[in-house]
Design a binder for this molecule. Structure first.
Ligand code: DHB
Ligand code: FE
Length: 279
């Protein structure tokens, strides 16, 4: 059976794509952010994942307000990036792991999750930049399964439901008849608000408590409703739902490989956590 080797959660601010393209990694503004990824690269070199399941939120590239699935799972041969207006260069396409896609889709529907199945799917900065942060040469050594969670148009799925989605993905991966080493990636957050009167809002105390909860008390954030999460983390801070789904997929036993937290990158509190499973 397939093995989940660990999970990574990272912010996905579009400005990271511009910094990568302009090679600004050592620039004083960017160094405290990019330096946080060195332990991740060391861990990836020894953990050697074959497949990555990516929990992320599309921001209008593949889904727009006219059609907005709550949960969508990719089942494509390849996933291309495209210009989404942030001025980020496009990255090379990703190869899909279709066998795992269909296994996940079948397992999740059997567990009563309503999904949109995408046999064609463009992936935006929320998918591409975390992948480029994991593998800076952008020669992706893994196949992928995108799992998109709506955090863009209300109503959003609750934190408890995203946790359960993550748990169900974890169960399905562990029952996949394959010897693949699977990593789970969750992208977005941490606290940020891009619009309205609170634009620029960041909540360091909540972010730190949330990161610690993923180690000590992983369902802690499921006690908050979506409006409470918006109040605590900002309108876009709810992207932490992807971190929660990632953690749900890992199962009970994890150990922390590394963590970084840096304020701000663009308008966002940038976070990174690398968690390995102990089994
Ligand atoms: C920013 C952050 C995001 O998560 C995003 O999707 C777009 C922009 C920002 O801070 O600029
Ligand atoms: Fe975002």
């Amino acid at each position: 059976m397939a093995k989940i080797i660990g999970g990574v959660a990272t912010s996905h601010v579009p400005a990271i794509g511009r910094a990568i393209a302009k090679e600004l990694q050592a620039d004083p503004y960017w160094a405290p952010f990019f330096e946080g990824y060195a332990p991740l690269h060391r861990w990836l070199a020894q953990a050697r994942p074959d497949v990555v399941v990516v929990f992320y939120n599309d921001h209008g590239l593949n889904f727009f307000l006219d059609k907005m699935p709550t949960f969508a799972v990719g089942a494509a041969e390849t996933y291309r990036n495209a210009d989404e207006g942030w001025g980020i260069p496009e990255v090379p396409p990703f190869t899909g792991q279709r066998e795992l896609s269909w296994h996940l889709i079948n397992s999740l529907v059997a567990e009563d999750f309503d999904l949109t199945t995408c046999q064609e799917m463009l992936v935006d900065h929320a998918f591409t930049l975390p992948m480029a942060l994991c593998w800076p040469d952008q020669r992706w050594p893994v196949t992928v399964v995108p799992v998109c969670i709506n955090t863009v148009q209300f109503p959003l799925p609750s934190a408890a439901r995203c946790w359960r989605l993550g748990e169900a993905v974890g169960r399905a991966v562990r029952h996949w008849d394959s010897d693949a080493r699977v990593m789970v990636l969750g992208t977005g957050g941490l606290s940020h608000q891009l619009d309205g009167q609170r634009a620029g809002f960041i909540n360091r105390d909540f972010d730190r408590a949330f990161m610690q909860s993923l180690i000590d008390d992983p369902t802690w954030a499921t006690r908050f409703s979506i409006p409470e999460l918006v109040e605590k983390t900002g309108t876009q801070g709810v992207e932490l739902l992807m971190w929660l789904a990632m953690r749900g997929a890992l199962g009970e036993q994890v150990h922390e490989v590394s963590r970084n937290y840096h304020i701000p990158i663009s308008n966002t509190a940038a976070g990174l956590m690398v968690l390995a499973t102990d089994d």
